[in-house]
Design a protein around this ligand. Structure first.
Ligand code: FAD
Length: 395
């Protein structure tokens, strides 16, 4: 670890490992640093992705635990809307195995991997990044020409590197349970429990179900209330993993580039504002980062100006979806349980969901236009301005 690397990637999550694999395979000397060791991985993530992610990443079949072409959406008052697509819309991944495979892919491409190190300092000295951290109680350091920050949410390293971390957050809670009678994905509006909250049950085979809640705060206690509901209480058999929560960035970060450094994935807020899903957007941004950084390294121009192409590219591809998702989310925040129920009744009555899915125009990863224009048709008052504050949480 004492040599000079072209790139140090902090974080071997899905975004960091993918960017490392791309940079290493284009001939760059890459070091990946992560505080977690591969055998200990137990990611707090449901692992649902659209088919384009599976194809783009070239994932093996054994990573896909389930394929979904239908789901049932429940209003807080119990009304149901079952949506069925003629094609597979989403896949549920073995999330821990995904992360291990992506780490292995990075190493096979030539990247070096140091696990069990928590990086605490990033300093720029003599045109290089000096990164230091602690592994097994000992302080270690490494030098690199450039750095990719892929360490998820957490402002410290971003601020040290001169980047702007995400400022607003949701909280996602997750656990795996043994449950009866969950045959397909079920999505529940929890707007009766907390404004803007929703929950999900995602079966992954043999009565194993991934349970999650996304909310502005208190996601763990909301999950308990969600599972205590009459429709769930009798189906729960046992918990297979602990119930834990972590922040989910809301809205892309405004500065993801500085001299010799870029941020990607959750560290850059590249997450869908509606569902909190970040695997696909993080991977798209990782490709842009690897491409722009690779060229900058080859030309020996790591200035913020040269790297700005990365920010322009990912924003061009993702920012409309992220911002439109914020509008949908704000509209949802303002809805009473009765209003959510009215919309689900309206959608069931008009058959709109079926028509959209049948038309082939729906995209799991770019669904905000469908939701946005569907909502405007259902409840035109949403177009009117409101002074109602949204409960978004600032860092
Ligand atoms: C409850 C929940 C459910 C979700 N479900 C889905 C879903 O179904 N589909 C989907 O697409 N997305 C989902 N997400 C979001 C998804 O998990 C994230 O967007 C994705 O994991 C981000 O990947 P990343 O590589 O950017 O960051 P992370 O996965 O957070 O990886 C960051 C890595 O950096 C390491 N690290 C952090 N700090 C340091 C440090 N100081 N030193 C060294 N290493 C460090 C960590 O150990 C970690 O390995 C969910 C999130 C939550 C909370």
């Amino acid at each position: 670890m004492n040599d000079l690397y072209d790139v140090a990637v902090i974080g071997a999550g899905p975004a960091g490992s993918y960017s490392a694999a791309l940079l290493a395979s284009s001939g760059h000397r890459v070091l990946v640093l992560d505080r977690q060791r591969a055998p200990e991985l137990s990611p707090l993530c449901t692992g649902i992705v659209g088919v384009p992610y599976v194809q783009m990443m070239g994932l093996d079949d054994d990573l896909v635990l389930a394929r979904a072409s239908s789901a049932t959406v429940y209003s807080p008052l119990g009304r149901q809307l079952r949506v069925v697509s003629p094609r597979v819309e989403a896949c549920v991944l073995d999330r821990a195995l995904l992360e291990q495979r992506l780490r292995n892919r990075a190493m096979s491409a030539g990247a070096e991997m140091v696990e069990g190190i928590t990086v605490s300092h990033a300093d720029r000295e003599a045109g290089r990044w000096l990164l230091s951290g602690v592994r097994d109680g000992c302080r270690e350091s490494v030098t690199a020409r450039a750095m990719i920050l892929a360490c998820g949410v957490g402002p410290e390293l971003a601020q040290q590197a001169g980047l702007e971390p995400p400022r607003r957050f949701l909280v996602g809670a997750h656990m795996e349970m043994e449950m009866d009678g969950v045959a397909e994905t079920e999505v529940y509006s929890l707007s009766d429990l907390a404004s803007g909250a929703f929950g999900w049950l995602v079966p992954v085979g043999s009565n194993r179900v991934r349970v999650g809640v996304l909310a502005y705060s208190g996601a763990v206690s909301l999950t308990r209330q969600f599972l205590e509901r009459a429709e769930n209480r009798n189906r729960v058999r046992s918990s297979l993993t602990p119930l834990l929560q972590r922040p989910v960035p809301l809205g892309g970060a405004s500065r993801t580039v500085a001299h010799g450094v870029v941020s990607i994935g959750d560290a850059a807020g590249q997450v869908k504002s509606t569902t909190g899903g970040g695997l696909y957007f993080g991977a798209l941004a990782a490709r842009h980062a690897a491409d722009v950084l690779g060229t900058a390294l080859d030309k020996d121009d790591l200035s913020a100006r040269a790297l700005m192409r990365y920010q322009l590219r990912w924003r061009k591809q993702l920012v409309q979806e992220i911002e439109r998702g914020m509008l949908v989310r704000r509209a949802y925040n303002r809805m009473s349980p009765q209003r959510v129920d009215d919309i689900i009744r309206w959608a069931a009555g008009t058959g709109l969901a079926e028509r959209v899915l049948g038309s082939g125009s729906f995209s799991f990863d770019r669904h905000t236009s469908t939701l946005f224009f569907g909502l405007i048709r259902a409840v035109p008052w949403l177009l009117r301005r409101s002074n109602t504050p949204t409960p978004e949480v600032d860092a």
